[in-house]
Design a protein around this ligand. Structure first.
Ligand code: PLP
Length: 385
């Protein structure tokens, strides 16, 4: 088992002068640590002092940063996408804490999806008949304030899922022949070194009844530098391998992200997206449409649009369900069917993902089903019972 790759001494190239927080046009790329994912990981922004170099912080943000339940961590790359003056900037709100996180609302829970209950061995959630979720690490490159697994993630120093614990999860998968699909998530598995990730994927691939492997990650969006030629060469050894990419807003689709996603797609990895519907961040038809169309251009097929899970202190992120339905209604028919994700609620109590659709069936008249199309026009279809 290789050593922990994310130790600062390894992350910082020896003898390196600290890279500037901006691209230096006068330096060729190979001299710029900005493009080095380990440099980005080692220089993640975690304190008021560091974040103040990027943003004019509000008093609420400063106070929240000092006492937030879920730690803050932002890659320098992502920090540069945030609006330095407007504290209502959607990207800023997804990663910089506010005091609203301290208010617990009705129905919110630490583990709303009851994942703990469906955890037969540490680091593995077995909820559905034929597939499992393997939590490979508790670490992420950047922490989302609305994280479903905020009870687990961010504790990088203590209580971390360690590779030594993968053994139990792997044994479980080996022993359960009904498991044909393994979803490797966390935390973010792409924060692991190539060596560790390769070891884990190889162990999973060697299990004969595992048909497909999926990786759930936000790394291509918050740390696109991680998608190196070496990584994609490694990943393509484990086909069929899919990837679900967490993405929130069209402004995240930068040139760096485009390069990373193209590299993944060129390696034959089918790419899907997962987006959490977030109030005042991406909760309108235009924003979601732009995001989904932008993803398709980068060969990512929109997969899920999630209603925001009721984790502790998340009410300010949650929209009513009617908003999600309105967005789906505004997509279907108005743009490519490929651009329409499944809108789902991950049911509190561990019920799994439940799909929600606007109502297109108006009713029935004898042998005719009355339907409404995307424009609101009515049609009848002969449907004999
Ligand atoms: C979302 C999820 C999966 C995968 O579900 P799909 O609908 O197949 O993408 C598997 N296990 C758990 C626990 C999940 O939350």
């Amino acid at each position: 088992m290789p050593d922990d790759p994310l130790l600062p001494e390894e992350a910082e190239p020896p003898g390196a002068t600290p890279a500037p927080f901006s691209h230096n046009k006068h330096l060729p790329d190979k001299f710029s640590y900005w493009h080095d994912w380990r440099w980005q990981m080692a220089h993640r922004i975690k304190t008021v002092e560091e974040l103040s170099k990027f943003l004019f912080l509000t008093p609420s943000e400063i106070m929240a940063l000092k006492e937030s339940r879920l730690p803050m961590s932002i890659t320098p790359y992502y920090a540069r996408l945030l609006d330095p003056v407007n504290d209502r900037d959607p990207l800023r709100r997804t990663v910089v804490p506010t005091l609203k996180e301290n208010t617990i609302h009705f129905g919110e829970e630490k583990d709303p999806l009851s994942e703990e209950r469906d955890t037969p061995v540490e680091g593995l959630v077995h909820r559905y008949p034929d597939r499992v979720l393997l939590l490979a690490t508790n670490g992420c490159a950047t922490y989302c304030r609305y994280c479903t697994r905020s009870r687990l993630v961010g504790k990088e120093k203590r209580d971390t899922v360690k590779p030594t614990q993968w053994g139990k999860a792997l044994d479980y998968i080996r022993a359960h022949r009904e498991i044909r699909d393994v979803l490797v998530s966390g935390g973010d598995p792409l924060t692991l070194s190539d060596a560790k990730l390769g070891w884990l994927l190889q162990q999973i691939r060697q299990i004969p009844h595992v048909e497909i492997i999926r990786i759930g990650t936000k790394v291509p969006i918050v740390l696109p530098q991680r998608i190196t030629p070496h990584l994609v060469k490694l990943l393509r050894r484990f086909h069929p391998l899919f990837m679900s990419i967490h993405v929130t807003h069209p402004r995240e689709l930068t040139e760096e992200v485009s390069l990373a996603l193209n590299r993944l797609a060129d390696s034959g990895i089918p790419l899907g997206s997962q987006t959490v519907l977030l109030k005042n961040i991406n909760d309108d038809v235009d924003t979601i449409k732009q995001l989904m169309q932008g993803l398709l251009k980068m060969r990512v097929r929109p997969y899920y649009l999630y209603q925001c899970d009721p984790i502790l202190g998340s009410a300010h992120f949650r929209t009513p369900v009617s908003k999600g339905l309105e967005i789906i209604k505004g997509l279907r028919g108005f743009t490519s069917g490929y651009a329409v994700p499944h809108y789902v609620i991950d049911a509190p109590g561990g019920g799994g993902k439940i799909p929600l659709l606007p109502e297109y069936v108006v009713g029935r008249e004898g042998n005719y089903l009355i339907l409404r199309n995307y424009e609101g026009k009515t049609f009848v279809y002969p449907d004999y019972l």
